[in-house]
Design a binder for this molecule. Sequence first.
Ligand code: SF4
Length: 704
Amino acid sequence: GTALQEAERQVPSVCPYCGVGCQLTYHVKDNRILRVEGRDGPANHGRLCVKGRYGFDYAHHPQRLTQPLVRRADAPPKRGDFTMDPSRWQEVFRVATWEEALDLAASRLREIRDAHGPRALAGFGSAKGSNEEAYLFQKLVRTGFGSNNVDHCTRLCHASSVAALLEGIGSGAVSNPVMDVLQAELVIVIGANPTVNHPVAATWIKNAVRRGTKLVVCDPRRPDLARHAWRYLQFKPDTDVALLNAMMHVIVHEGLVDADFIAERTLDYEALRRNVEGYAPEAMAPVCGIPAETIREVARAYATSRASMILWGMGVSQHVHGTDNVRCLIALALMTGQVGRPGTGLHPLRGQNNVQGASDAGLIPMMYPDYQRVDAPDVRERFEQLWGTKLDARPGLTVVEVMDAALAGQVRGMYIMGENPAMSDPDANHAREALAALEHLVVQDIFLTETAYLADVVLPASAFPEKTGTFTNTDRTVQLGRQALTPPGDARQDLWIIQQMARRLGLDWDHAHPREVFEEMRRCMPSIAGITWERLEREHAVTYPCPEEGAPGQPVVFTDRFPTPTGRGRFVPVDVIPADERPDDEYPMVLITGRQLEHWHTGSMTRRTGVLDALEPDPVALVHPLDLERLGVAPGGIITLQSRRGEVSLYARADDSSPPGAVFVPFCYYEAAINKLTNPALDPYGKIPEFKYCAVRVRPGGRV
Ligand code: SF4
């Protein structure tokens, strides 16, 4: 083969994709990344998946934004149903100087704020930015715009998990790191497809199985990991609560509860016990499609193992009953005492590289940094003192609520940093109409995304390898990403851009280095108060809680108490709530959306990456072979999917991992944006949309 080019520099950093947070080394020459290698981080020990290893050249893509853009006076009117053609961007935008772009971006937002009040503005930050960027962004919205209308894509992934965890055990983060699977006797993976979405985590799970750990996989779609499972429970879509309540019924009836743990560390057990009475496995078996004996067997094994751990993903959280699903998982762990020790606990597998950190940093409309509630007067007073300004006592709007408010004319201006709601929001046509209806939209990104296409001002930002900052992975480990490249053209550091916007909104910030922002964060976030920048530079990674300097950091938490006012965890009984939109004669099939191994979320990065795009170049729907046969479509043929909200055409791939009647589509393809079809119905607690279930019909043919 060809000899590897010699790198000039090697820069230790972190993977920009998923929440596993693999450490890596960039090999750089002439301001280009030549290759990426795994590094010995706590989550990966040298391992990387295909995204981490090959997904870097998006940073060098010719479509990178390198100059500020301003919408032309003679641009065609904004429309929600636009067809984007990036090569004809000049018909929509003209190049501007930074001075002009920033003045225009901020002055219109200021005018809207002054004319219509602070709640007429909203901001979406990003789970791909650093902790420092997330922190400054939410501070800008809270102190510069003057409201709590700030959110990010955590709303679309684990908002329901966080709602249930905060309510039940006082903390929204994981109790144990992924690596603890190696110490578990039994691991349940439910509603997650780690080989695709958390690939290096999946390798540790497989290693654990090889060492004797019993793996239970529960998912309506059969994930690859099911091949390694001791038991695979392919329950019917949408029947999580029935299955989990039935397991609890068994544990109660067979006397497998941990009575001491319940007595010493929990509240409201009696209510839960009474509730699960109505969920005998025999009664639930036909509901969820799992034999009663299998439910019993798995329940017994979970309850009686030396250490049992539960990991879950979006299959649990993205339902109108997402919070209820997680309440069940918490109850299972509490009633059996399977939490607070190595190899036990609750692990919501966080999606993006920094969705944990962005949530911790306060990119949430009801919480300041570290989940301190905006409607608690004493908390608010503290932040008012720290930030030197009056703060709004009312919680702000969430992602989907902001879109509704924009369409209703209540939100008139937005600042979006590094998110792509035109692709990622449910009922994307509606989201695009809402974005188009805004009087003023500022988008800060590295590509002209579908969202940026609707902007009035586009600010060219820096890609992951072009900046330094801290990122918090799914294990609560804070890690340092280091700058390896200079941003192209006139693209700038996100921290610089946020501060330039802030200045023009009347704020006086001057942080020359992310270290200074991190210092401020430490002052208002007890979880990371003890982590110094120097230590991160030295050790690369520190796990919080780390309340004082020199503390080791705690991979396993809740060892003797939960961080609730009473120190106890709380049982919350739940009953079955059906999906918002069930199949019927008109729309007889179920649509499930998610991700593919090679692509990342809305595809803006991975589809501009040579290797990854070559592996998965075309929009596909995964359809059961029996359904394809019924439709008369050969594998590889084109089908059109239609829901009450929209339709898209794409290639059909025969795939029997979903049950007949269910279609799976990744949401990364702009030419077949599947979120045009999804249902924006929300879970009432987490306000997360039901991406994992809506009714569709499928017909042969269409145009891709
Ligand atoms: Fe990156 Fe996640 Fe793959 Fe690790 S597992 S290399 S963090 S995408």
